[in-house]
Design a protein around this ligand. Structure first.
Ligand code: MN
Length: 245
């Protein structure tokens, strides 16, 4: 494979999420998706995306070691296992299609496709806040949150409650469902784009509540991790996701 071709595919990995998620990963559209799904089985389909900041950039809210292990080990493993699990899968391998029919797929594809998508989105929805500035939603999303949840503080409270009561490993989401915002959680590496999720919708915020996301710094204190996460949300990205209906 030529270097250009490889770059092209690397770049396409994050973009290869059409349909509901077409703009989650930037403005580039999914014309590359066709090419992705036509790759032969021996080609690597998915790559670990680079973080848009350094491993220590989210300090003190998320520590460097956690970020490094989470990205370079955990996320990399989802990517590797997804590529492996798809070796003998002969249907369309586009990530968005895999998510849409997740309940029909074997556990390895479902878990690792979810793991790759969820983490790719999670990284983008984080943003350094070295000066500890107040982190609040931008205009339109702020307005929608206030309408839907009475106030931002009340929204934070409800989101935190759902994240805390989610048993075991999973994710907590703010989604857009038929024009309305809704808080929901999913077990394991499932997400609201998967057909069998209890609530379907487009993710606007994503919070990883697996212990691997916080254990090194916070041990069992999921509540402290969540409290700190509110300081490093990339509200610009959330606003983009919200406005791109
Ligand atoms: Mn994780």
């Amino acid at each position: 494979m030529s270097d250009n071709r490889r770059d092209f595919i690397k770049k396409s990995t994050l973009i290869g999420l059409s349909g509901l998620v077409s703009t989650l990963f930037g403005n580039e559209k999914l014309s590359h998706l066709e090419s992705l799904s036509k790759l032969s089985d021996s080609e690597i389909l998915f790559y670990l995306p680079k973080l848009p900041y350094s491993y220590d950039a989210l300090e003190p809210y998320i520590d460097k070691q956690t970020m490094e292990v989470h990205h370079s080990k955990h996320h990399q493993t989802y990517v590797d296992k997804l590529n492996k699990a798809l070796e003998n899968y002969n249907e369309d391998k586009s990530l968005n299609l895999l998510l849409k029919k997740a309940s029909d797929l074997n556990t390895a594809i479902r878990n690792n496709a979810g793991g790759h998508f969820n983490h790719s989105l999670f990284w983008q929805l984080l943003s350094p806040n070295p000066n500890g500035e107040k982190s609040i939603p931008l205009t339109k999303l702020n307005e929608a949150i206030n309408n839907q949840f009475k106030s931002f503080d009340n929204f934070k409270k409800e989101f935190t409650e759902i994240a805390l009561k989610t048993f075991g490993s999973g994710w907590c989401w703010l989604i857009l469902q038929e024009g309305k915002l809704k808080i929901t959680s999913t077990p394991n590496q499932d997400n609201p784009l998967m057909n069998m999720a209890s609530e379907n919708g487009k993710p606007i915020l994503a919070l990883d509540i697996w212990e691997h996301a916080y254990y090194l710094k916070y041990q069992n204190k999921r509540a402290d991790y969540i409290t700190n996460w509110w300081n490093i949300i990339n509200w610009k990205k959330a606003e983009e996701l919200f406005l791109d209906k």
